[in-house]
Design a binder for this molecule. Structure first.
Ligand SMILES: C[S@@+](CC[C@H](N)C(=O)[O-])C[C@H]1O[C@@H](n2cnc3c(N)ncnc32)[C@H](O)[C@@H]1O
Length: 277
């Protein structure tokens, strides 16, 4: 397998791993990801310092441990509710297959682009996952459902889907298509967990807070009313305030000083009905 370090949008996953590596060293860590530092070592990437002017990313850095912990809990809840399939969309360097406790028989699928998958597999070659893990090489803006089904995904089984730090890198049209495809593959009892950035706040947040190369890759925000948006795809959604979650975890949060609220959120949803006709 290649050890070429992903660039472009793939580089964003390396930044996430850097934050998770740091978080894992804290005595009060919100999770322990022992693989994150190994990804970093394999890239040779160094985190930004105050001296090099890249510290405007600090706000994003604060959000990552919060969302990671929140989604760990959402996945555990979904497994407890009976989901025995997990799909990580744009999985990047997510190591939940290895670092979380899963019920027997759980199948976990990771979908990402070829360079990312090759790099990740090269680092994890000798590690054993804690579930039945399948890697699906696919572009989520093209046909990704055929390779997912070919990898053994069962469309009749309740599934929990995660899109963490992904939707902002796709266009609105691509996100609409992605959620429609996810919905069509979701049996009753399925769960969905997303991190979102509101469309109406995207420009402001890009311009005022986070002027840097990673944010330049952000293509779209999601609809400002995620409950209505997901209802149109057959989901019953709940929006979770990241500021409140951060406080519950005893952590600060970047956007809590802004007058209009964070513009970001965590969304979970469940599906009680069958596929829409
Ligand atoms: C910011 S990273 C987040 C990774 C992971 N979800 C996490 O939170 O650790 C974004 C990920 O989305 C993936 N990605 C972006 N566009 C994609 C596409 N069109 N198809 C598949 N994966 C994509 C990137 O390769 C990268 O791994």
């Amino acid at each position: 397998m290649s050890t070429r370090v992903p660039d472009g949008v793939g580089a964003t996953a390396i930044g996430v791993a850097a934050v998770r590596a740091h978080e894992s060293t804290r005595p009060d860590r919100l999770f322990d990801d022992p693989y994150a530092s190994r990804f970093l070592a394999a890239t040779g990437w160094t985190p930004p310092t105050r001296a090099d002017g890249r510290t405007r990313l600090a706000g994003v850095v604060l959000t990552i441990p919060i969302r990671t912990r929140f989604l760990d809990e959402a996945l555990t809840d979904a497994a407890d509710a009976g989901c025995r399939q997990v799909v990580l969309l744009g999985a990047g360097l997510d190591t939940r297959a290895f670092r979380m406790d899963w019920p027997p028989g759980l199948k976990l699928f990771e979908v990402d682009l070829p360079d990312m998958v090759a790099f990740k597999e090269s680092v994890l070659a000798d590690d054993t996952p804690a579930c039945a893990r399948s890697v699906v090489v696919a572009d989520l803006t093209e046909d990704w459902t055929t390779p997912l089904l070919a990898a053994g995904f069962d469309r009749t089984a309740p599934t929990v889907w995660v899109a963490e730090g992904l939707l902002v890198y796709l266009t609105s049209e691509q996100n609409e298509a992605l959620i429609a495809e996810v919905s069509a593959l979701s049996a009753p009892g399925s769960h969905l967990a997303l991190t979102v950035l509101n469309q109406s706040r995207l420009g402001e947040i890009k311009e005022r807070l986070l002027d840097n190369a990673i944010v330049d890759l952000w293509q779209s925000g999601t609809p400002d009313d995620p409950i209505a948006w997901l209802a149109s795809h057959g989901w019953q959604a709940t929006v979770h305030d990241p500021v409140e979650r951060a406080a519950a975890y005893g952590r600060p949060y970047l956007f809590d000083h802004l007058p209009h609220g964070p513009g970001r959120g965590f969304v979970t949803a469940t599906r009680h009905e069958g596929r829409p006709h």
